[in-house]
Design a protein. Structure first.
Length: 39
């Protein structure tokens, strides 16, 4: 019971973290493209 709860917690945390990570990397790549565009 407790292990399943912990696993669900880890899953949701991992999904949020992955979402933030993708958001951050996309923003970073977009900024690089933006800089390349004006360079």
């Amino acid at each position: 019971m407790a292990s399943r709860f912990i696993r669900n917690l880890q899953n949701s945390f991992y999904k949020k973290f992955r979402f933030l990570n993708e958001l951050q990397s996309n923003f970073f790549l977009n900024r690089i493209g933006f800089v390349d565009f004006f360079a």
